[in-house]
Design a protein around this ligand. Structure first.
Ligand code: 13P
Length: 289
């Protein structure tokens, strides 16, 4: 009955931290999370390359004001604006109920890498998360799994959580290759990590054919892939780590379909593109979690 005792342990200290796993907790705490199925739920907004500074400020303020009125239990809201707006966003986040994420980093602390942003710079601004391996970066910037693995390491080194994206393109799904594609992405991008480091990673399954198309994966397709990814994690690490890993769905997720996607047992929230650019719609998505 040791789990009764640990009810007095200040769980919130760990849950509210961006690096949110329970790696530093005593065994009793791990038992508690097992009993309560405490894996964190996340709704993250990927703004991509959108909004003027004034528009970004307005949107962030609207979301922050609304979040003040919402009780979020074991749920984190993460806003990932363009890099130039991160400092403004973290200023607002300081007094509000959301975290700030970046959309990209370069995997070195400093150096002659013109135009790039280092994890140290983000860390200094209190950034908690960073999207890694988005299909747009894989496609337009030729980012390979090997390079993404370095980005993952660079973030973890500075206590920030990678939101690691994976997902197949349409011809791959049509050829029934979606499981093998996602397996390669996850294995090559993440499975070099020791378990303690892996437990700080969030995964986002984003089928490329669903991104920005208005064609969402069905709840069955999302659940099937999320359960599959969780199985990969259990195979590589252990059941508890698999059960504790937050796996988000992304791809035309909106205020109409979020609730049924999030109701799936292995879908722990969403990585939202277009629908995160309007406060009302984004807030509806958050409250459907
Ligand atoms: P949409 O929600 O616009 O389809 O974009 C999803 C996405 O790419 C989030 O990273």
């Amino acid at each position: 009955m040791d789990w009764l005792v640990v009810n007095f342990f200040p769980v919130h200290r760990y849950i509210s931290s961006p690096v949110h796993r329970f790696t530093c907790l005593p065994d009793t705490q791990t038992n508690l999370t097992k009993y309560l199925n405490m894996r964190k739920k996340i709704v993250a907004g990927n703004w991509k390359m959108n909004k003027s500074f004034a528009e970004a400020e307005e949107l962030i303020t609207e979301i922050a004001d609304a979040l003040d009125e919402i009780e979020l239990t074991n749920t984190e809201v993460v806003l990932c604006p363009p890099a130039l707006y991160i400092e403004m966003a973290t200023d607002v986040a300081f007094e509000s109920n959301f975290k700030v994420g970046a959309q990209n980093i370069y995997p070195e602390d400093a150096g002659a890498f013109t135009g790039e942003i280092s994890p140290l710079m983000l860390k200094e601004l209190n950034v908690g998360y960073c999207i890694i391996g988005h299909s747009e970066r894989r496609k337009y910037f030729n980012e390979t799994n090997e390079f993404l693995a370095r980005k993952v390491d660079a973030l973890l080194k500075h206590d920030m959580c990678p939101i690691f994206c994976c997902g197949e393109v349409l011809p791959e799904r049509e050829a029934n290759q979606h499981f093998s594609v996602v397996t390669s992405q996850v294995v090559e991008g993440l499975f070099h990590l020791p378990v303690e480091a892996f437990r700080n990673v969030v995964i986002a399954y984003e089928p490329v054919w669903a991104i920005g198309t208005g064609v969402t994966a069905t709840k069955e397709q999302a659940q099937e892939m999320h359960a599959f990814i969780r199985g990969l994690i259990a195979g590589k690490y252990d059941e508890q780590t698999a059960s504790d890993t937050t796996i988000l769905y992304g791809g035309s997720c909106n205020d109409k379909n979020a609730a049924e996607l999030f109701a799936q047992p292995d879908v722990d929230g969403g990585l939202i593109g277009g629908a995160s650019l309007k406060s009302e719609e984004f807030l509806k998505i958050i409250t459907s979690l």
